[in-house]
Design a protein around this ligand. Structure first.
Ligand SMILES: Cc1ncc(COP(=O)(O)O)c(C=O)c1O
Length: 376
């Protein structure tokens, strides 16, 4: 377990922009393919129709209704919860930020099972709090959460304020075994009761839930301080729309809502978000297409000699054996205009690359590049 004491807040780091890659390698910018952002290619026809129809609740000269009521109603129907259990944000990222503001005090402590989504550490650090990194189990054990280590960290130093969980987890692409999160939450609640402290808030980021067709949002009824995070950026193929949700018990939502800005989600986003959430085919259709393409992409990379880990999500983790080889391969891919997600030298996945499953044409370019690099 490592403790990082904040001096200056951490910030999110992106891969190079398409323009920067194009300029550096002398390529047309249209030829750059992004494998780093975990998006799903091509919005659904339902979304495109809603944009074209242009029937927004209020003209775009006006602010969106303050309660985002149409979007909330559609999300409540889709996620099977009460509207009072939802809070809308400009993507899951804004929700993570608001949750951090509500529940991580300056000088506090938040637990991040690592590796996981980079924003958990960033938000914690920006709150002037300490990131308590708890390593996950090794790749051979599916990078599963280390329950005893999380409980231990949560109990130390007067108790952690918050625990960031992600299932399925980015960047390890796998989901926790059935029942393990419920068990962990029960244990955390019991530990807190025994030592007479408040149980930590637990954030369960379910950005990729549709890909495993499982949400564990019902755990909020046994662990009332659970905040589940959902988004339209992944299975709904609408990352550019910027719509995400917190799903939690009404009292918890009220605590988060204090930090909500007046109108961070646009009237266009409300209309399109409502349309896709009310449609039964959008997410399942994207997930089915993705499943087939993921298998084809993984098989192609494996045939090129790469070690591709199992994935339940819309991205693959590739083990290149060493950080030097990962850097070499990254350079080779960038030369072809293919942008992978890399991990810095100190990261537990420094020897890996993360690759979003794209469409057939882009994936074939990456497979061809992998073959060429293997042949070198
Ligand atoms: C686990 C996780 N949470 C949140 C996000 C951000 O989602 P949004 O686009 O809704 O802000 C991502 C994006 O990659 C993610 O992987």
């Amino acid at each position: 377990m490592t403790f990082a004491h904040p001096s200056q807040p951490a910030s999110y780091s992106w891969e190079a922009t398409s323009e920067a890659v194009a300029e550096r390698y002398g390529l047309p910018v249209e030829s750059i393919a992004r494998f780093d952002l975990n998006t799903v290619t091509a919005p659904s026809e339902v979304a495109e129709r809603a944009v074209r129809a242009g029937r927004f609740e209020v003209p775009i000269s006006e602010y969106p209704p303050s309660d985002y009521r149409r979007l909330v109603a559609a999300a409540a129907a889709r996620y099977g919860c009460d509207p009072a259990e939802l809070l809308v944000g400009a993507g899951a990222d804004e929700i993570l930020d608001l949750v951090g503001k509500a529940f991580i005090p300056p000088g506090g402590r938040a637990i991040v099972p690592t590796p996981s989504y980079a924003m958990f550490g960033v938000v914690t650090s920006q709150r002037g709090a300490t990131v308590v990194a708890v390593p996950r189990r090794p790749a051979g054990e599916g990078f599963a959460l280390d329950g005893p280590a999380i409980r231990h960290a949560a109990a130390r130093d007067g108790g952690a304020d918050l625990i960031w969980l992600c299932d399925p987890n980015n960047p390890t692409a796998l989901s926790e075994p059935e029942g393990s999160l419920a068990r962990l939450l029960d244990e955390l609640a019991a530990d807190a009761t025994m030592s007479d402290r408040r149980a930590p808030v637990v954030v369960l980021d379910e950005a990729y839930a549709e890909f495993v067709d499982r949400s564990q949002a019902d755990l909020r009824f046994r662990y009332p301080r659970l905040v589940v995070v959902r988004t339209l950026s992944k299975a709904y193929a609408l990352a550019g729309l910027r719509v995400g949700f917190a799903l939690a018990r009404p009292a918890v939502i009220e605590e988060i809502a204090v930090y909500r800005p007046p109108g961070s989600v646009s009237v266009v986003s409300i209309a399109v978000g409502e349309a896709v959430l009310l449609d039964d085919t959008v997410a399942p259709g994207a997930v089915a297409r993705l499943g087939e393409e993921r298998q084809r992409f993984a098989a192609g990379l494996t045939a090129a000699g790469w070690s591709v880990l199992p994935s339940m999500t819309n991205f693959l983790l590739v083990d290149l054996g060493s950080p030097a080889r990962a850097a070499d391969v990254t350079e080779g891919l960038l030369r072809q205009g293919l942008v992978p997600r890399t991990f810095p030298a100190e990261h537990p996945l420094a020897a890996y690359l993360r690759l979003t499953v794209r469409d057939r044409e882009q994936d074939d370019r990456l497979i061809a590049a992998a073959q060429a690099l293997a042949a070198r």
